[in-house]
Design a protein around this ligand. Structure first.
Ligand code: ATP
Ligand code: MG
Ligand code: MG
Length: 383
């Protein structure tokens, strides 16, 4: 049988491995952690650094095709692997998605509006910033996730201080927009250019981290969902992208759709697809990598996903205690996914709870009850 490889052994790699194995593939995971969530469930685990040429060589010998789950995998590692084995997404696409400056230039090229912004790489660019971008958010061009590497700035003085604080690395300053809500679209695109997508799902962030995703016809109006899908497809096509791509959007009060950023891999906002759709985002990742046909992934149930952060384990004090799973699982339509991480830390993604139901009302009612049992705020974002 063929072996599919993945760079990165976190939860996204683990769910990829599960999907690949279900279809009969062998799997190989490259991760520096000897006990990573994906490595532990994979047939092969190359336990070495991403940059380590020896590790890449071992992965390319094991795998017939390689993908990535690790957003900040050095694109040169992908490029060097691609000399030996098919790699998707490509090093070029990943390099663009990793750099907010190049990413925004790509959005502009595709004719998709993003928040007004300025590139800040030099002191001259800093002083040339116009006041209409304030109050704004200064974001480092690379390496940010879960709101890390971002600072809110209300004045020029704060902007200068924030850039100093960021170490004067390349940044973008974005105007802070008033959001009605956020949504994302997940696209899968094959080597032959055929692309399919899930309908836009609605996302609620708390403290810069995704907290809830709601996915059903009522949470994103059809007209906005249609425009978001068109934008995401044009962004994927413009990259000649192969693999699974997630595009995040802001929806403004007047209904205007603004692209935020993209992730060159399956995304936390697509985890509901495991239980609510005929094919999950990880199944589609497997298909794009293996060159299998893509079909539109029909969603068979309305769904709500609750992210389970380490905070839930630490609610009762510094000693980690297990949340009340038995009570949660007594609710029909709950699907618990835990990533097998040993240590609970605040803000750390430990798992997610997918909730499906026969109707939107039912899934919302179950989500409200599950959240209450877990001590989480009400998860219904769209009612
Ligand atoms: P991720 O974990 O999704 O990769 P990230 O660190 O790359 O996160 P962003 O997606 O850029 O961060 O921003 C995180 C959240 O901050 C957004 O989902 C949104 O809620 C808020 N935010 C970011 N930029 C803006 C903006 N220009 N105006 C208003 N809110 C914003
Ligand atoms: Mg990001
Ligand atoms: Mg984001």
């Amino acid at each position: 049988g063929a072996t599919l490889g993945v760079l990165g052994g976190g939860q996204l790699g683990r769910m990829f491995v599960h999907a690949a194995q279900q279809s009969g593939y062998f799997t190989a995971v490259l991760d520096p952690d000897a006990d990573s969530p994906a490595g532990r469930v994979s047939h092969h685990h190359v336990h070495t650094d991403y940059l380590d040429g020896d590790g890449l060589a071992r992965l390319s010998r094991l795998a017939d095709a390689v993908t990535t789950e690790f957003e900040n995998v050095p694109s040169r590692a992908l490029a060097s692997l691609a000399g030996d084995v098919p790699v998707a997404p490509s090093a070029d696409a990943v390099a663009i998605a990793q750099d907010r400056i190049r990413e925004k230039a790509h959005f502009v090229k595709c004719g998709v509006a993003c928040a007004p912004y300025a590139v800040i790489e030099t002191a001259e660019q800093l002083s040339a910033v116009t006041d209409d971008l304030l109050p704004g958010i200064l974001k480092t061009a690379t390496l940010g996730y879960d709101g890390k590497g971002q600072q809110r700035v209300a004045s020029r003085g704060q902007l200068g201080a924030a850039w100093m604080d960021a170490g004067q690395v390349p940044c973008v300053l974005e105007k802070r927009l008033t959001l009605d809500f956020e949504c994302s679209v997940i696209v899968a695109r094959g080597h032959d250019g055929q692309a399919v997508n899930y309908r836009a799902q609605r996302n609620l962030h708390r403290d810069g981290i995704l907290a809830v995703t709601e996915a059903h016809e009522e949470c994103v109006p059809p007209e906005i969902a249609k425009r978001a899908a068109e934008a995401a497809l044009s962004i994927a096509n413009g990259l000649n992208y192969v693999g699974v791509l997630c595009v995040e959007f802001f929806v403004l009060a007047d209904g205007e759709l603004v692209v935020n950023e993209m992730a060159p891999r399956p995304h936390n906002s697509g985890h509901y697809t495991i239980d609510a759709c005929e094919l999950s985002q990880f199944d589609l990742q497997v298909r794009t990598l293996a060159g299998l046909p893509l079909v539109e992934p029909r969603q068979h149930s309305p769904a709500i996903m609750l992210n389970l952060l380490g905070d839930l384990w630490l609610a009762k004090g510094p000693q980690a205690t297990e949340p009340p799973w038995a009570q949660v699982l007594a609710l029909p339509g709950t699907h618990l996914h835990l990533y097998g991480k040993q240590e609970a830390r605040r803000g750390r993604k430990m798992g997610h709870l997918n909730i499906t139901g026969a109707s939107v009302a039912e899934v919302r009612a179950t989500a409200v009850r599950a959240a209450a049992l877990l001590g989480l705020p009400s998860p219904v974002t769209s009612a």
